[in-house]
Design a protein around this ligand. Sequence first.
Ligand code: PLP
Length: 293
Amino acid sequence: MLATLDAGDEVIIPSPCWVSYPDIVALAEGKPVLVSCSQNNGFKLRAEDLEAAITPRTKWFILNSPCNPTGAAYSAEELRPIADVLLRHPHVWVFTDDIYEKLVYGGFRPATLAQVEPRLKARTVTMNGVSKAYAMTGWRIGYAGAPRELIKAMDTLQSQSTSNPSSVSQAAALAALQGPEDSIAEMVCVYEQRRDMVVAMLNEAPGIRCHKPEGAFYVFPSIEGCLGKTSPGGRKLLTDEDFVTALLEEEGVAAVHGAAFMAPGYMRISYATSTEALREACLRIQRFCRGLS
Ligand SMILES: Cc1ncc(COP(=O)(O)O)c(C=O)c1O
C-alpha cells in the first residue's frame, strides 16, 4: 500500500480501527479518511457511509473483519452492499485484513470481499497472518493474496527494507497453516466463554454498555456513562484516557482508551488472558464503577 500512494491520496478506514492504520497511511503521505461505525450498528460500516466517503482522490479502502478493537465481523450478506458500492468506483483499491478470521463465535461464518465479489479481485489485497489464530505473534509472519503486479511491488519493497521474513519463521508458519487445526477449535471455544463472561460482567457495571462482538478477542464497551464523574481515588474522569489511567492505578486493571482507536468514550479490553484473571478484572471494574461519584 505504501508503494502505491501518492501524497494526498485518500485511504478510507472504518473506525474504530486498529491504531496502526492511520499512521501507516500518514507515513506514506496519504490522508486517512475515517468513516465512523456506530455501536448501534454493531460497529459495522454502512454502505451509504462508504459511498459518501469516496472521492476522486480515494486510492484505498481498508476493511478489517473481525475488527480490532470492536470484534465486529461481516458475513457474506453484510459484505454484499459494500461490494456493490466498490463496484461502482473502479478507481478504489481494496485491502482486507482478515487476521482474526478464525476467531469467530456462535457459528458465525466470516467472509471476505474477494470471495463475495470476484470482480473485485483484480484490485483487492486479501491479507492474513499467523499471529492470532496460531498465537504466533512473535514469529512476524503475514501473507497476502493480490494481483501479481502488486505482489511483485511488495516483494521489491520488502527485499530492500527488511530483506525477508526469517526462514525459521516461514517454516513454522507453514507448519501452522498446514497442520491440524484442532487447537484453534479448542481456543475458540474458550474465547467464546470468556467473551460471554466479560460482556455480561461489564454490562453489570454502572455506566458501561458493552456490545457482544462476533469475533477477535476484544470487547469495546462504551464508558460514556462514567465520564464526568470522580473515581473512588478522587480523580476527575473527563476523558476515556482519564478513565483507563484511573482504572490502572486504582484497581490494577489494564485497558486501552478508545481514542487510541479513533473512538473516544470507549475502552478496549482484550480477553486473550486467563478466565480467572478476566473474572477478577471484571469484578474490579464493577467495584470501580460502583464507586464513582
Ligand atoms: C487488525 C490487525 N492487523 C494486523 C495486526 C498485525 O499483527 P502482527 O504484526 O502480529 O502479525 C494486528 C495486531 O494487533 C491487528 O490487530
